[in-house]
Design a protein around this ligand. Structure first.
Ligand code: HEC
Length: 130
């Protein structure tokens, strides 16, 4: 009787943990905002290409590194940047304000222009699937 209770308790605990892990890997809520702004389809492949594209020797990978699932290093300050892949860092893409702030800064620094809403949706879709 006592052992059965323990087993059920473990099962419950295990399912709570797996539900929590899965919940954290759901697509970022911010993608819904892009949808509301008229983006009917976000393309992870396009996001992937943009992420690795180079303009004047600058690329998103200059700071975030070649592999989004590992840590990056800021090209100017040398500061360590936590992984961008959602599978490696569940704290990513929780705040709309943070996402937009860095898209603005980083698209301007890397590409010398703002990213369009479509590009941001594509990149966010790709990063969050990694
Ligand atoms: C000059 C260095 C640098 C480059 C180049 C760079 N980033 Fe970043 N990025 C940062 C830093 C620093 C942060 C904030 C620290 C953190 O979130 O770990 C950040 C954060 C972000 C975030 C916010 C993530 C979140 O958790 O909400 C997004 C989105 C992002 N970057 C996208 C891009 C994209 C897209 C490019 C290429 C167009 C790019 N970054 C290029 C330095 C850079």
């Amino acid at each position: 009787m006592k052992n059965n209770f323990k087993r059920v308790a473990w099962l419950l605990l295990a399912s709570v943990i797996s539900v929590t892990v899965l919940a954290n890997q759901n697509p970022p809520r911010h993608l819904q905002t892009y949808r509301q702004q008229g983006i009917s389809h976000a393309d992870a492949q396009r996001g992937h290409r943009l992420w690795y594209s180079t303009v004047n020797q600058r690329s998103c990978t200059s700071c975030h590194g070649d592999n989004p699932a590992t840590t990056g290093k800021h090209v100017k300050t040398g500061k360590i940047i936590k992984p961008m892949a959602l599978s490696a860092n569940a704290e990513r893409y929780q705040s709309a304000k943070k996402i937009e702030k860095w898209f603005l800064r980083n698209c301007q620094w890397t590409f010398g222009r703002n990213c369009t809403t479509q590009e941001k949706a594509d990149i966010l879709t790709w990063l969050s699937s990694q």
